[in-house]
Design a protein. Sequence first.
Length: 203
Amino acid sequence: MLAIWALGAPACNRTEAPPPPQATSVSPTEALPTERLVGPLSDSDAAALATMNDRLKDYIELHLKLEKELPRLPDEATPEQIDKNQRAFEQRMRTVRSGAKQGDLFTPEAQVVIKRLLATVFGGADGKELKASIMDESTVNVKLAVNARYPDSVPISTVPPQVLQTLPELTEDLEYRFIGDNLIILDSHAHVIADYIEDALPK
């Protein structure tokens, strides 16, 4: 079985955050579980993914710290208040991570392993159907940039459960999403692209 590196984050004493953006179709949390397609990992692959896990832990610590500093939303916050709160969080995250670059979370070592894992998932018998379920969204021409806001006008792609069960596990604050052939980590509370891998899907 593929090893999973869960990133624990305390649920208590957290500032209320706006809900994550609505997916355009079935969300990963609603997707039916499937058998893991890839594994076990070699020691070298596990070590490569561990470098990514260490960076993700640092990111989540920063995320939680900045989120706690936001003004608390009222119990019955209006959509306008939620949006203002979310955009304030986005701005703080972008300011603190102003020097962030591609590969800060998806480390070079991890990228190699992740691309190989995805090639195995999408190289299976239902690979074409899986890819079609991702590529049917209008995300192909989105310009990627670390720390950029995920465009409000662009649908958020679905992610097949086979992918979610193969890649390292994320906390509820972060999500894997696809933009064209590229895999991103979306900070769903700040609504920013935390990092990405170009050409992550096999051709």
